[in-house]
Design a protein around this ligand. Structure first.
Ligand SMILES: Nc1ncnc2c1ncn2[C@@H]1O[C@H](COP(=O)(O)OP(=O)(O)O)[C@@H](O)[C@H]1O
Ligand SMILES: [Mg+2]
Length: 249
């Protein structure tokens, strides 16, 4: 593959907080449509790496390319415009307000970042329709007029995922999307993730090695800010270095 054909190409990325190096010379490549699982113990630097991909944090050195374009110094909204999306917990703000209104506000926020702040009345109508479509996508259309305070945690997480997907990203970052869910909610969210179209590459963080393995084609194991093992799922699982991190032997 030439460099322009990768969905994501990270080269020698380094980030430190004060004296603490949290991203240590990380390089990795993700192909278009790939399902990549990023695993590693708590504090390994997984979320910090995501923040540097989205632009929420800037690296001290190194490069991030999205579909061949150097995005290392772009703002988060500029990266979103290049097809990058992540889930943000944006619908938990107005708990007394309806689910539909919250989704509409969330979409307004996302669109304002990506496009023009100038709004016409007709586009609000579009947003309301879009928010209904998103709620239907995750089976919550009948809850649209309920206050968010009535909506279960797992249902909110489903909506956030659907909102990210509504942006039709070419690369979607999911940071522990199954965390805190009941086992039935996990099954539902896993099915949603499994149904993400192939136009979208997915990188999913999980700290529990077994939870999301069945969704992954490739796995990157991060520990103390470094890539320890990286490759096809079965090869990473079988690797002695993976067992060392997870079993301590
Ligand atoms: N904004 C920050 N300022 C200082 N230290 C941070 C900051 N963000 C993360 N860290 C530190 O970086 C390390 C990795 O954190 P994080 O990326 O959240 O790990 P993970 O997501 O793998 O659990 C931790 O030691 C954490 O305390
Ligand atoms: Mg994290």
């Amino acid at each position: 593959m030439t460099t322009a054909e990768y969905a994501l190409e990270i080269t020698n990325l380094c980030k430190a907080f004060g004296g603490l190096a949290v991203t240590k010379n990380v390089s990795l490549k993700v192909r278009p449509g790939e399902r990549r699982l990023m695993i590693g113990p708590n504090g390994a630097g997984k979320t910090t790496l995501f923040n540097q991909i989205t632009g929420d944090m800037l690296p001290n050195s190194g490069q991030v390319k999205l579909f061949g374009r150097d995005i290392t110094r772009l703002r988060p909204d500029q990266r979103a415009h290049c097809g990058l999306s992540r889930t943000y917990q944006i619908i938990t703000l107005f708990t007394q307000d309806t689910l539909e209104h919250n989704v509409t506000l969330g979409l307004m926020g996302l669109r304002r970042e990506r496009w023009q702040p100038v709004r016409s009345l007709a586009s609000y109508g579009d947003l309301a329709r879009e928010s209904r479509r998103i709620l239907a996508m995750v089976g919550l259309e009948d809850r649209a007029s309920h206050p968010v305070s009535d909506i279960a945690y797992g249902e909110k997480r489903r909506v956030e995922l659907a909102m990210a997907l509504a942006q039709k990203p070419r690369l979607l970052l999911l940071d522990e999307p199954l965390a805190g869910l009941s086992s039935s909610e996990r099954t539902t969210v896993k099915a949603l993730i499994a149904a993400i179209p192939r136009e979208t590459a997915v990188i999913m963080i999980e700290h529990d090695m077994d939870t999301a393995l069945d969704l992954a084609e490739t796995v990157t194991l991060l520990n103390y800010g470094s890539v320890i093992v990286d490759g096809e799922r079965d090869a990473v699982i079988a690797d002695a270095k993976t067992r060392e991190v997870y079993l301590g032997n």
